[in-house]
Design a protein. Structure first.
Length: 183
């Protein structure tokens, strides 16, 4: 329980960083490099956290965390309410299902799957938004925003994964997994 609350708390801190400080920092960084077309690229910490949770949590705990993080992401982002909640739960379920069949503990595999999840989720969001908004060019958005954002998330994935691994060690997540409930 201690770990569950800690994961939600630090995920909310990452959400606040993602929507405020990092968004402005990334925009300023790309404008400083004289790349105005890349100024829309943002880091999505919550997608990285969902991949980590999909690889390291049980089904019920992961679905609860994914739905809560999706709900909070819906509160902080414009667009269709409930879309991120639905997307995060589906991403968690897919990652959880695949991780039982394939070994994912290597850092390079974590980065690879974070890039793939970012690509798929952003394409899904782009397709949903294109049905209700004025949409110009899918391929231009893919090359200028979606693919570089996936690479940026892949770059930050090992940092976030290591942070949550340390959090699991500090809050004795391994001890909670081994407890057996008897009546």
């Amino acid at each position: 329980m201690k770990n569950f609350i800690a994961v939600i708390f630090f995920s909310l801190i990452f959400l606040i960083l993602q929507t405020s400080v990092m968004a402005d920092a990334m925009t300023s960084f790309f404008l400083f490099l004289n790349l105005p077309s890349c100024a829309q690229i943002k880091i999505n910490f919550l997608l990285i956290i969902i991949v980590y949770i999909g690889l390291n949590r049980h089904m019920l705990e992961g679905v609860l965390i994914a739905s809560l993080l999706g709900y909070f992401m819906d509160l902080f982002s414009p667009g269709h309410f409930g879309l991120h909640s639905f997307l995060f739960v589906i991403i968690f379920l897919v990652i959880r299902t695949i991780s039982t069949k394939i070994y994912f503990k290597a850092p390079l595999m974590n980065t690879f799957w974070t890039i793939n999840v970012t690509l798929v989720s952003n394409i899904f969001l782009l397709l949903i938004y294109s049905t209700s908004d004025n949409f110009e060019n899918f391929y231009l958005s893919f090359l200028q925003i979606i693919f570089p954002e996936a690479l940026l998330n892949g770059l930050f994935a090992p940092i976030i994964f290591n942070f949550f691994k340390v959090l699991d060690l500090v809050t004795d997540k391994t001890m909670e997994d081994e407890k057996v409930i008897t009546w």
